[in-house]
Design a protein around this ligand. Structure first.
Ligand code: AHM
Ligand code: MG
Length: 346
């Protein structure tokens, strides 16, 4: 039976304050940081929705540090998030996919470090397919010397104090965790507020969807090829073949995986020997979310959040999703490690 209280709409603002009140010593700074990000997300969402009619679509002519073409909306999202974080003065530096080095904010004494991918999946912008923003928050380690250095930001994912994403889809959804469950909010455009839609999202332990760019099949390791063939085999008892779904926007593919279960994979390949996706602002925050929802994320050898980073823009392979699916693909990777295709029938 639902109570009157549960029926009432809870805004993100209200939810954050309630959560903060449960910790008597809390300074409210992390809450402020989450509110800043949600404000920028509303502005980006508005712009994404009207992009087609305002001529903001398309390339701005430059390339980012990874040599990829930069789209106008990427730059817009980047500057909105940075200025939202600058405003409250509690973040000392930002590391963004769109900026080569660290971005030092005027509040250089601020205690938080924020990683972000301001607009992930940007190749989907022009075709009206879902895209997203990702964020990951760390505390700056206290030091006597106050100068900001890139090394301050090189912390493993286990040290994240909060992380989340915003999905600009058929509706705008925000998911975040501070290490106590995952909460999900939906933007009500008529109210201009994110409304709580689930306070404790749980990913199914097993799912029947696999998500990978199969165009790269020929350059995968043998264990992965065998796993994908396993997913495609007919077996009524275990519900195979599984369905293939691949949007090409990590946030959208991960959001579906969170809700429906299954696995998302971006492996290493001949083209991307270290994987394509970025550890610090794509893989760690989404791994934090998935783990908090009861799922699993690895690079094929170790837990993503245990990786000791050596560079702010480093890449990693990723296998992420429902516990059983991720454990299963790991079994395949181990079983066929070092074996050549010629030795084994696929
Ligand atoms: P981006 O940050 O430049 O948008 O690239 C990251 C995106 C992910 O959202 C997505 O999972 C992946 O690239 C898709 O890559 P591919 O086209 O190689 O399958
Ligand atoms: Mg990205």
């Amino acid at each position: 039976m639902t109570t009157q209280k549960e029926d009432r709409l809870v805004t993100l603002e209200e939810f954050i304050i309630q959560a903060q009140n449960r910790f008597p010593g809390a300074t409210g700074e992390l809450s402020q940081l989450l509110r800043d990000i949600s404000l920028a997300a509303k502005i980006i969402s508005r712009e994404v929705n009207k992009a087609g009619i305002t001529n903001i679509l398309g390339y701005d002519g430059s390339t980012n540090i990874h040599g990829e073409s930069v789209k106008k909306l990427d730059l817009f999202a980047d500057s909105q998030l940075i200025s939202a974080l600058e405003r409250s003065g509690i973040t000392c530096m930002v590391i963004s996919e769109e900026n080569d080095g660290i971005v030092q904010l005027s509040s250089s004494g601020g205690k938080y470090i924020v990683y972000m991918d301001p607009l992930d999946g940007s190749s989907n912008i022009d075709v009206n397919v879902s895209i997203g923003s990702i964020f990951s928050i760390y505390m700056r380690e206290p030091r006597f010397d106050q100068t900001l250095r890139e090394e301050d930001a090189l912390q493993p994912g286990t040290k994240q104090v909060a992380a989340g994403y915003v999905l600009y889809g058929s509706s705008t959804t925000l998911a975040y965790t501070t290490g106590l469950n995952v909460s999900l909010f939906t933007l009500d455009p008529s109210l201009g507020e994110f409304i709580l839609s689930d306070r404790k999202v749980q990913i199914p332990d097993h799912g029947k969807i696999y998500s990978i760019n199969e165009g790269s099949y020929n350059s995968w390791e043998l264990g992965l090829k065998k796993y994908i063939k396993y997913c495609q085999e007919d077996d009524q008892e275990s519900g195979r073949p599984y369905s293939a779904r691949y949007i090409g926007s990590m946030v959208a593919d991960l959001h579906r995986t969170l809700i429906k279960g299954g696995i998302f994979i971006y492996p290493h390949s001949k083209r991307y020997p270290n994987g394509k996706l970025r550890l610090m602002y794509e893989c760690n925050p989404l791994s934090f979310i998935i783990e908090q929802a009861g799922g699993m994320a690895t690079d094929g050898h170790q837990r993503i959040m245990d990786i000791e980073p050596t560079a702010i823009h480093q890449q990693t392979p990723i296998y992420i999703g429902s516990k059983e699916n991720v454990s299963h693909v790991m079994d395949f990777l181990h079983e066929f490690a070092g074996k050549e295709e010629a030795e084994v029938e696929i």
